[in-house]
Structure formats: C-alpha cells, structure tokens
Design a binder for this molecule. Structure first.
Ligand code: ADP
Ligand code: ZN
Length: 605
C-alpha cells in the first residue's frame, strides 16, 4: 500500500465532515430560527381571521397551512383539516392563496439531490482548490514564491568545512563512516571491483548528539556537496509540496554526485502507519516519493543518503528494507570522557579563567548531549560578558550548566521564611540520608535556590559511572528520596508535612514498582516480568492476574514503607547533623560537596 505513489488524499473524509456539519445545522439551527418567527394558532382562529378579512396571503402545504396576517404581517401556521369549503371561502374573502404542487418524490431523485449533488459539487471544488493551490508550478509562481522548487535551502557547500575532528567522542560512529568517506572520494573504485555500497544509512541516536554534524563531516571529509532536508518540515506542508521537494532534492543531488543527501528527523515522514482513517496524507506522499527516488537510482551512483532518527523501531519497514536504509550507525550519548572532549572542542575560541576544570563540568553533566554542552559554554560566556569579565570562570560554568539543565533561576520570586526553612530541612534530609547510607552516589551540591519546578534540590552524583544498577542502589535511592519528607515530619510534626515531597514520592514509587514488576528484584516474586513489553508487544501490558495484582501492590507498599522508615530512623539518629547542615544551608543557600562532607565528618556535631 505504501508503495503506491498515486495514493490520493481521502477527500471523502473531508466531505463527510462537511456533510455532517450541514445536516446538523439543518436539523438543529434552521428550524429553530424559523420556529421563532412563526406563530401557531388553531384552525378556528384561521377560519375566524379568514372571515374577518384579516388575512393577506395563504400557502397550503402538504402538512400545514401558512398564512400572513394583514394588519400585523405575522406569519401564522395551523394544521390541515378536511375542509372542502376552504378554497371558496378564501376566494370570497379575496385572499391571495396557493398550494404546493404535490409531487410524489422519487426516493432515487431525493437521494441524488441530497447526497450525490453536494458530493459532486464538493469534489469539484476540492479538486479545483487543491490544483490551484498545490500544483507545483502554479504554486511556485502564485503563492509560495518558489518555495517548492529550489527556494528551499537544500544545498550547502562542503566548504562549510566540518571535519571528523570537530565531532568529539563518537569514535565508533566515525569509524563506521570512514568507509563512506572513502567511497565518496572515488566511487568508481568500488564500482569497478563490483562492491556495492549501501544507498542509505540511518544515524540513530538521541537529539543533540551530533548526527547532523557527523553527516556534514562525512561531506566535509570527502569534500563533496551536502544536501539536507528535515522530515518535520513536511508534516505541516501543503498537499503535494513535500513530494515535489523530495523530487527536486534528488534531481539536484544526482546532478552533483558524488554527494551527501541528509534527511533529519526522518521519523516525521517515515513513521509506521497506525492504520487510522485519514492519517497525514502529506507525510505518506512524501515518504512514497522518497522511496521511489531511492529505488530509482543505482547503488553506485555516488549519491549517499544519510538519515537521522532517535527511533529506528518506529520507522515504516518499507524504509529499512534492503536497498534503502539498510545500515545503521549508532550515535551515542557522550560518556564522561566524551563530554569532556566535547567541552574542549567548543572551548577552542573562548577564554577561560585558570580555575576552570572541564573534568568537573563533565562529571556534573551526566545525561547531557553535545548540544547541551555547547549551550553551557555559550551561556557561561554570556554570563561572563554580562558581568564585564574577560574570562569565563568556573562559577559561570556551574551556573550555566544548572541553567541549561533546569531552566533559568527564579531569583526574583520572594519566598516566605517558613518555606525557606522547610526547604532547607527537606534538602538537608535528602543529603544526610545519602551520606549515612554511603552508597554509590555522593552529594555534589545542596541548594535551596528554586529552579524550574523544584523549590530546591540535592544533587547526588555517581562516584563512578556504572553501566548497571544494583538492587542496593535502588533501595538506597528510595530512602534518599524520602529523606526530604522524613525530615519535614521529624522537625515540623506529622501533620505539617508539605507538598514539597511530591516529585520525591512519585520517583520513589516508580522505582519500587519497577523493582517488583519489571526487573525481578524482589524475593517474593523472583525474576519475572509482570508488567512491561515482551517481544511483539506494541505497548506495555500486564502479565498478571487480579490476585497477583493485589500482591504486587502490597509488595510495592512494603518496599516504600521500609524505605521511608529507614529515612526516619537515620534522621532521628543523626538529628544533630540534620540541624547542622540546615543551619549552614539557611545561611549560604548553597552547599557544595566538600563542605557538606566536612560538616558530616565533624565529630563535634
Ligand atoms: P543532532 O543532529 O544529533 O540532533 P546536531 O548535530 O545538530 O545534533 O548537534 C547540535 C550541536 O551540538 C552541534 O552543532 C554541536 O555544536 C553540538 N554537538 C553535538 N554533538 C557534538 C559532538 N559529539 N561534538 C561536538 N559538538 C557536538
Ligand atoms: Zn525532595
């Protein structure tokens, strides 16, 4: 089905919508308006008014009589009566009267009039409109100012000059792509020996990890032209535009081969179709055109198509078939070393104070992609410039990294003293529990400056980056999440606990349920998948009976209650530490890791 490039938009879909609206209007609104103006009277009144000559006009219909009052000009209606003398009386009274020409309506005729005719008119109009607006040539000249054709910025000269060395980390991806670079240097070498190259390669990875950069770098290294388009552009485009743009893109690319064609966010056009009525037709047409183009040229023609996506599994299988995007190159989130390298690449033409340590920033920024890191350095530079400094300091970068991660600081918001106090105890509670548990994470920073939705936050960092998480890790994490609520309860009392713990509770609960139902971390159930996706499942589903469901709830509750009790116990035992950390926090608003450790190690507290 997807292969058919002549696939038309489901105009019937629009037709039905219009028809439904019209019918509804007809039934609801029109009679309502009319009814409001017509006054109903009984037949006797009609007769009396006729005799008195108060009627100017009568219209005898099949099911009622409409008549107009002479003096008031009001339209009246009354029911039909078997009244043979009516016409004589009306004639004598000098009333102008008429009756409908009664015809036996043929059901066929009425069907044609009420259904087929509007359909035909609608189809005619629809075709006219879509031809006018979306036809490629008239589109260019009439309304889009050439956007459909080459007005789209699809051609970027390779002299933009991005090289592999500009892309930090991602060694594996780069290695995979070197072959392509070599091929683009000299396609005939591969052609002569009979080696067939892939036509399309999928760059698979989260946003901001450098997929576009890598594609540009392939073009840069091979010194060939780079054409690009983005899948998301097409979804909002007018009918027919996407397909025509794809056609133009490939026409240009073939003329300039060897070259790179890069399609960003290919999932926007290449999503698996979900079979719903009236899906995005523009998307399908664009996709079909792309498939047609890919099938239409030889494997060794020198046009190499790179496409980026975060979700290769969500792509239509037609796209990943052999001869299309049949090869994948994974572009990963950077690890700590990668993050440091990326920071250094982007630090090249910026000035830094001697205290700047990219290792520390790299450690803090686990989970951030290259784009975020580039953003941090830029934000840091802005902060330094705003403060009138000539060098970017570590403090600038710390602030910038938090800004990038959590959204801008809300310094202007005035916070009530009691809320400050609650926040301080709450955050200190998280930190103290973390420290006493002595698990795999260490407190990097505690702060009570609100950021994003959080009133304050405690940032634990892994002592070393691990690939796996242990059961112990999760047990500790749950207790640490509850450290905030537990501190509130101990200090302010059971009925003074606040909403400040809402996201902590959410996250702890998610961990507990995950442990029980998905990762087999309880003795009660053992290693079994109770809730999740098995091979072939589209969505997460429950693999348990109702009775087991109750047991799961009990087990989740037990894990959470134990974690909460653990937090309470720790903070009761170390209440003096909790107080000490809170005191410093209230003074300084922010405590960094080493200072926190010092407080915890101080034997006099
Ligand atoms: P994607 O296409 O994967 O969404 P981009 O290639 O558009 O990501 O990356 C956006 C920006 O992030 C780049 O312009 C670059 O500044 C920065 N960036 C991302 N990854 C890296 C990396 N590995 N090395 C250097 N800079 C990177
Ligand atoms: Zn909290």
């Amino acid at each position: 089905m997807i292969e058919d490039p002549k696939n038309r938009r489901p105009f019937i879909y629009y037709y039905i919508i219009v028809l439904v609206i019209m019918t509804a209007l007809n039934f609801l609104v029109v009679p309502f308006i009319k009814e409001g103006q017509i006054k109903q009277v009984d037949y006797g009144t009609f007769m009396t008014m006729t005799e008195k000559g108060e009627i100017s006009k009568v219209d005898i219909q099949t099911n009622q009589i409409l008549f107009t009052g002479k003096n008031d000009n009001v339209i009246y209606k009354t029911g039909l009566m078997n009244d043979p003398g009516l016409t004589d009386r009306l004639h004598n009274a000098g009333v102008q009267f008429s009756s409908e020409i009664i015809r036996k309506e043929s059901p066929l005729l009425s069907a044609i009039v009420s259904w087929v005719l509007p359909l035909a008119i609608f189809y005619f109009l629809w075709n006219r409109i879509s031809k006018r607006m979306f036809d490629r040539n008239s589109a260019n000249s009439l309304m889009f100012g050439g956007m459909g054709r080459s007005g789209a910025k699809i051609y970027v000269k390779s002299s933009e000059g991005i090289k592999f060395s500009d892309v930090a980390g991602e060694d594996e991806a780069k290695e995979n792509l070197t072959e392509i670079v070599d091929y683009l240097h000299d396609p005939s070498k591969y052609k002569d020996i009979g080696a067939s190259m892939p036509k399309g390669i999928l760059l698979v990875g989260p946003p901001g990890t450098g997929k576009t950069m890598l594609a540009k770098a392939v073009a840069g290294e091979a010194n060939v032209p780079f054409f690009s388009m983005s899948g998301s552009e097409f979804v909002e485009m007018f009918v027919g535009m996407g397909a025509s743009k794809v056609r133009d893109l490939f026409k240009q690319a073939k003329e300039k081969a060897p070259c790179i064609v890069f399609i960003d966010e290919i999932d926007a056009i290449g999503k698996k179709r979900d079979g719903q009525i009236g899906g995005n037709d523009e998307r399908e047409q664009t996709l079909n055109q792309l498939l047609t183009e890919m099938d239409g040229f030889e494997g060794n023609s020198g046009v190499m198509i790179l496409a980026a996506t975060n979700r290769p599994d969500a792509l239509d299988p037609a796209l990943t078939r052999p001869g299309r995007f049949d090869r994948q190159v994974v572009v990963e989130m950077p690890d700590i070393k990668g993050r440091e390298e990326i920071l250094k690449v982007h630090a090249k033409n910026k000035k830094f104070a001697p205290d700047v340590d990219f290792k520390v920033i790299a450690k803090k920024t686990a989970g951030m992609a290259g784009a975020d890191l580039a953003n941090i350095l830029n934000e840091g530079a802005i902060l330094a410039a705003r403060a009138g400094r000539t060098e970017i300091t570590m403090a600038d970068l710390e602030e910038a990294s938090e800004k990038v991660e959590m959204g801008p600081e809300k310094r202007s918001k005035v916070i009530a003293d009691i809320d400050k106090k609650i926040t301080a105890y709450h955050e200190a509670g998280h930190a103290v529990v973390n420290h006493i548990l002595g698990g795999e994470t260490k407190v990097h920073k505690i702060t009570m400056i609100p950021r994003g939705p959080a009133g304050g936050y405690t940032m634990p960092l892994p002592a070393e980056e691990r690939m796996y998480r242990s059961k112990k890790y999760f047990l500790n994490e749950m207790a640490e999440f509850y450290g905030g609520r537990a501190a509130e309860e101990i200090i302010f009392g059971k009925d003074q606990i606040t909403t400040g713990a809402s996201s902590d509770i959410k996250r702890a609960s998610a961990i507990a349920r995950f442990m029980v139902t998905q990762i087999g971390m309880t003795e009660k159930f053992g290693p079994i998948l109770l809730d999740g996706t098995q091979d072939g499942d589209m969505f997460q589903r429950k693999y348990y009976s109702e009775e087991t469901g109750k047991e799961i709830d009990d087990e989740v509750r037990r894990l959470l209650n134990e974690a909460y009790q653990k937090a309470i116990d720790i903070l009761n035992t170390h209440r003096n530490k909790l107080e000490a950390v809170t005191k410093v926090l209230l003074e300084k608003e922010t405590i960094m890791g080493p200072e926190f450790e010092a407080i915890m190690k101080n034997e006099h507290i």
